[in-house]
Design a protein around this ligand. Structure first.
Ligand code: NDP
Length: 256
């Protein structure tokens, strides 16, 4: 695993929104970035779980987190616009956006994939990141050094039998990342990448591999040096890339 020690409080005065912050990798990311000074906007569908994360952040750095319960499966574009307007009032700019929330869905051949589940998966894994990006781009543009990270998967880069809607949704996310990265590269300073965390010990991994011994997978904490790097000044040269946490090597990308 990649190692990197960021400067203390390197995220002071930075505001970062994380989706799916109530559990798994998203929760660990929120707690980790809070320790380095970030203001955090935590999105997730379960208010109680979000409040638990909020309380943990309060204990680390009081007054740094806000929560916005939102179920992406049911949210309309109007809900995203309302969210953006309410954030505008409290946070003049957005310095980071991490599209982390996702559903695993059925793992079954395409021929038998349930249509309604397909629609729900696309709503949560693809439409939500699109809507959120669309409404938050003005706030990201107001930052002079914003970062957007799409959390992807190995099956979003190479299709795999029975991974159905999940794999297809991650391919879509990669397409959104590449298209957006190409659009903003000459007009803004926003840096946009996707990151495949690789197998990580979470509820989603347990659901995908029920027979696996969880202790064989790294904990989400072990991914955090990669996140730190991508949100630090050092990571500012990486843009438009499909990254892997497991073999992350920033020297592959030319520093500007
Ligand atoms: P978890 O299932 O542990 O957490 C997913 C998060 O997304 C939870 O906070 C969950 O909320 C939230 N979420 C799910 N559905 C919705 C919804 N409808 N509206 C709002 N929020 C929702 O997953 P991981 O932490 O394992 O995964 C995080 C990211 O990493 C995902 O994008 C996943 O695809 C990716 N990934 C994970 C791998 C792994 O091995 N763990 C491997 C490769 C990629 P709630 O707490 O209510 O469930």
């Amino acid at each position: 695993m990649f190692t990197f020690t960021p400067a203390e409080n390197y995220l002071d005065n930075k505001t970062i929104l994380i989706t799916g912050a109530s559990d798994g990798i998203g929760k660990t990311t929120a707690l980790t970035l809070a320790r380095f000074g970030a203001n955090l906007i935590l999105l997730g569908r379960d208010q109680e779980k979000l409040e638990g994360v909020y309380d943990e952040i309060e204990a680390i750095s009081p007054g740094k987190a806000v929560i916005h319960p939102m179920d992406f499966a049911n949210a309309s574009f109007e809900d995203y616009k309302t969210l953006a307007s309410s954030l505008d009032e409290h946070f003049p700019q957005l310095d980071g956006l991490i599209h982390n929330a996702a559903l695993l869905g059925a793992r079954t051949p395409i021929e038998f994939y349930p249509e309604q589940e397909w629609d729900r998966l696309m709503q949560v894994n693809v439409n939500a990141p699109f809507y959120l990006t669309k409404v938050l781009l003005p706030a990201l543009t107001r930052s002079d050094d914003a970062r957007v990270l799409f959390i992807s998967s190995s099956v979003g880069r190479q299709g795999r039998a029975h991974w159905g809607g999940y794999a297809v949704s991650k391919f879509a996310l990669e397409g959104l990342m590449q298209t957006l990265a190409d659009e903003v590269c000459n007009t803004t300073s926003i840096k946009i990448n996707s990151l495949n965390p690789g197998g990580t010990r979470t509820a989603m991994r347990r659901a995908a591999y029920p027979a696996e011994d969880p202790s064989t997978q790294p904990a989400a904490d072990e991914l955090m040096p990669v996140y730190h790097y991508l949100f630090s000044a050092q990571g500012g040269h990486i843009h438009g890339q499909a990254l892997n946490a497991r073999d992350f090597d920033p020297s592959e990308f030319q520093a500007k």
